[in-house]
Design a protein around this ligand. Sequence first.
Ligand code: CUK
Ligand code: CUA
Length: 654
Amino acid sequence: MEVLGHKIKTIAPKLGVMCTLLAGAVLQGCGGGEGGQKSDTVDADAASAIYVPPGQHDEYYSFLSGGFNGQVSVFGLPSGRLLKIIPVFTQFAENGYGYNEETKAMLMTSHGFVPWDDLHHPKLSRTDGMADGRFLYVNGNNTPRVAKVDLTTFETVEIMEIPNSAGNHCSPYPTNNNEYILAGTRFSVPIDTDKAGMGDASIDEYEDKFRGSISFIKTNEKDGHMELDFQVLVPGFDYDLANGGKGPSEDWVFFTTYNTEKSRTLKELGASQNDRDYLAAINWKLAAKYAAEGKAKEMPANYYHNIKDHNSHIAKSNVIKKVRYLLPEECPGMMYLIPAPKSPHGIDVDPTGEYMVVNGKLAATLPVFSFSKMQKAIENKDFDGEVNGIPVFKYESVLYGEVQEPGLGPLHTEFDGKGNAYSTMFVSSEVVKWNVKDLKVLDRMPVYYSPGHLMIPGGDTKEPDGKYLVVMNKITKDRYLPTGPELLHSAQLIDISGDKMRMLLDFPTVAEPHYAQAIKADMVAPNSVKFYKLDENTHPEAVKKESDAKVTRQGRTVKINMTSIRSHFTPDNIEGVQVGDTVIFHVTNLEQDWDVPHGFAVMGANNAETLIMPGATQSLRWVPKQPGVYPFYCTDFCSALHQEMQGYVRVSPR
Ligand code: CUK
Ligand code: CUA
């Protein structure tokens, strides 16, 4: 197969072949190949390498995306202990997120209340090219959103909807000093710059009317607060993944694209008939400069930006009505296209910032592009035509070299900071270690089964911490005791400190992890909030002492300002509620101690419980439908008298 004159071998001229290969790999549980070792043979010291004695802490926090559960799960490494599930785009009955009055607004969008999403990529905020442990940014794929988790509280505190986007997959990518969080569209959609909301066009007009977008979200240095500065409306391809430069390539960010022939269907190989797709290179600094210098135009928009206040714990939605945009064809030098094997998946830039690895999942080689060659090609205008006014490089003029026979189905690559890269091979089900300079394969480790992303702590930064590698496998099959047709996905921990990879541990994950991030525990743990200070609670319905607790009626609404402290609620016996009233319990947890939340649940309420952190106020809305005496109680075991932490609400007929 030829890519602009350059030979690229593909393993799968037809998608069917890919599927057969995949099925073969999965069914046989094959992997390995030359130099492979059976990962079932775990060496005798593996246990001690991951053993974290009771009462001691892990060395790393890792943050795994939950994929289709819309959450992030936090695991300690190397133990694989699950430390927390953080709901982001999903209602979480366990703690009332998205059910209680304070957090409902977090899940508001221009489409209404959307309490689910598909969360793929956690990314830690950055300072000087390194993860700084302050915030975790994550993407919502389905109803395009970017969220921020505060790592002092491990709570989702901000969610921004992304206009002019569909399938927010190449997202989020924080630049090296968190100047911007970049978020790229997956699907191109019709974008009408005269009107807010979704554009409309016949799907047959794809070629002319559909565009993608890359959003430039500015962040505030102090609190990480997001603001959509502008968007670049890019050609109507599909965009897959993003990764940014470092050092010399710091000003650049790269996106893999597919469907560059702008077809709408895979039928008859429609979307994959091109010999090649592109790696899109965007100079984000130059884009910001163009936007600042007035090149950006303004269009109407309608998107939600939801922020949770730290002191009141109340989330509020702001609806934003305009967005600025740049067109690459009007901004010379801002965007280029590099031919790449067709349907590439991950793009990963090495720690030096010189090498861009394109994981062409259908290709038999792994091409590595050179940033300095790209700079030269720009200088010499060494182009091979253009697409929508965007120059396309010649493959050879930017290619550093190709890893030969890396394995089948390369998806993602990370780096160990010692000159090596590690790539996942989805089809041959292995992690392959190779040297970035000489492109030689050094080692292979079969993994079980069919890995997607892999993650080395700091492996996407300028200084990776090359001790452990976590590979996240899509298919679990026989790795654990069977649990019916569905098994949890599986992560495997591999020691990469030596020449050869060493399998240490399997652990089940929560739903489907795509990407993950990890950071040394001491970058996060010391800043962890132990409880909220009651005297800083600015919730308008907070009551800070029991004697202020009260029940008030306003029309058909009954407001119950309640307190909780070990081990009672005040008030705990409530009368005067009628069927059909709207009852709102505003519960303030008076505790000022670490790890003493109280739960609150009332019989028949069709929302959830809520779990109130010490010092915080949370509110549950309830409309009783039948007369009766309804018990309520604390749901989280809080003291020897936890079971007694209860009360009644009497609901009378109207
Ligand atoms: S993607 Cu899932 S394995 Cu959404 Cu980063 Cu590659
Ligand atoms: Cu409060 Cu149990």
